[in-house]
Design a protein around this ligand. Structure first.
Ligand code: F6P
Ligand code: MN
Length: 352
């Protein structure tokens, strides 16, 4: 077996973090539980049809009305079982309408999207598990209240991506983002990238462009300008990538920059976009910020937003700082939007 030269093992990394700050002991246990469960998930996903029809739809829908897949439910059960063996007071999951109370004496709660990108299961495209670990609130009235904190208070957050490589991407305490990759032969995670830095600018954007007609003017103006390339006001050719799995787009942007947008739009139910604040936007914003990137709801930093409900949606823009700031400028300065969008005159009335 080829040597994994000089790379730190995940367990050793956590031990070192806890030795430096003993308060991270509990959260390290939760991260260990996530790692163990994700190895099982990775094996199961790798079997694909050999395991069964994991991408098949069930009769049920989740909290948001999305059709549940076999693997959504399996992943939820697997991670809930893992959290029962860790110091977790309660769990919020995309697949459960209410918080699940585990051990109320514990000091941490976890919000998770157990299987992100489930439309890609059958397509053999990267999917993932997203998690956010928060401290319990001393004066919370009911389990739900613990979760209604801004993302800035997360003690650790990140995601596991199940792709050609299975990688655990996380930031712990006040630390920088780390990427550990599963060595399937050893069944262990090793450090693959220490403290990646999101490129300050990059001309690659990710958006579901089929929603163009539903977007508000600032988003249309920004994308129009990207498409105009060197002939437009941004004076730069852009490239487009959209995987349909948030984890895969986030992983790419972490490593080579770019911008991701899932804005609110005019479709019924999409006023705040598609993605959920607690277990999609917050963890992604956490690891992107800890890698020098930015994340906003088009205007406000994601991590400053106080959730209104556990399954609340939020418009999400994240990636290279210059690009995220530029999108905010299109939203805050309509004159700028108008000047920068060559097609603006044809768009008719501005919709904000
Ligand atoms: O979990 C929601 C999700 O599947 C994300 O992983 C992804 O970014 C997005 O929805 C895809 O949305 P759409 O179906 O509009 O392409
Ligand atoms: Mn998801």
């Amino acid at each position: 077996m080829p040597q994994i030269a000089g790379t730190e093992d995940f367990e050793a990394h956590l031990d070192r973090a806890v030795a430096l700050d003993a308060r991270l002991g509990g959260v390290a246990q939760v991260l260990r539980a996530i790692a163990v469960a994700s190895i099982e998930m990775s094996g199961l996903i790798g079997l694909g049809r050999l395991y069964g029809r994991l991408g098949d739809s069930r009769a049920s829908t989740n909290t948001d009305g999305d059709v549940q897949k076999e693997l959504d439910v399996l992943a939820n059960d697997l991670f809930v079982s893992a959290f029962k063996r860790a110091p977790v007071a309660a769990v919020v999951s995309e697949e459960m309408s209410e918080p699940l109370v585990l051990d109320p004496a514990c000091l941490l709660v976890v919000a998770m999207d157990p299987l992100d990108g489930s439309s890609n299961i059958d397509a053999n495209v990267s999917i993932g598990t997203i998690f956010s670990i928060l401290p319990v609130l001393a004066d919370a009235n009911g389990a739900e209240a613990h979760f209604l904190q801004p993302g800035r208070t997360q003690i650790a957050a990140g995601f596991v991506i199940y792709g050609p490589q299975t990688s655990l991407v996380f930031a712990l305490g006040s630390g920088q983002t780390q990427i550990f990759t599963l060595d399937r032969r050893a069944g262990r995670f090793y450090q693959a990238v220490s403290a990646p830095v999101v490129a300050s600018e990059c001309a690659e954007y990710a958006i579901n462009a089929s929603n163009y007609r539903h977007w508000d003017t600032p988003i249309r103006a920004f994308i129009d300008d990207c498409e105009q390339g060197t002939e437009g006001p941004l004076k730069r050719n852009h490239n487009m990538r959209w995987t349909g799995s948030l984890v895969a787009d986030a992983y790419r942007i972490l490593l080579r920059g770019g911008i991701f947008l899932y804005p609110g739009d005019q479709r019924a139910g999409y006023m705040d976009g598609r993605l959920r604040l607690l277990y999609e936007a917050n963890p992604v914003a956490f690891i992107i910020e800890r890698a020098g990137g930015k994340a906003s709801d088009c205007l406000r930093p994601i991590l400053d937003i106080v959730p209104s409900a556990i399954h609340a949606r939020i418009p999400l823009v994240f990636g290279s700082p210059a690009a995220v700031e530029l999108v905010a400028r299109y939203h805050s300065d309509l004159q700028f939007s108008a000047e920068h969008a060559p097609l603006f005159g044809k768009r008719g009335l501005m919709r904000l």
